[in-house]
Write a new protein. Structure first.
Length: 67
């Protein structure tokens, strides 16, 4: 999917961008908390689409430690 219009006209991805515009950076979990009506797996899929198309970028990663 490389057509910027198709990418950005998706209502969930548009909400992610709008939410991100109010803060310098956010984690995926923070986005899930702010946009509660979107399931976590769906949110991650849309975030990955935005990353894959260079609309969002990852500034740091923190791997969860196994217990």
């Amino acid at each position: 999917m490389n057509d910027i219009n198709k990418i950005m006209l998706n209502p969930i991805r548009m909400r992610i961008i709008q939410t991100m515009s109010t803060s310098k950076s956010s984690t995926a979990s923070e986005l899930c908390e702010k946009i509660k009506d979107v399931p976590r797996t769906t949110m991650y899929r849309h975030i990955n689409t935005l990353i894959d198309n260079n609309i969002l970028s990852i500034v740091s990663e923190k791997k969860l430690e196994e217990v």
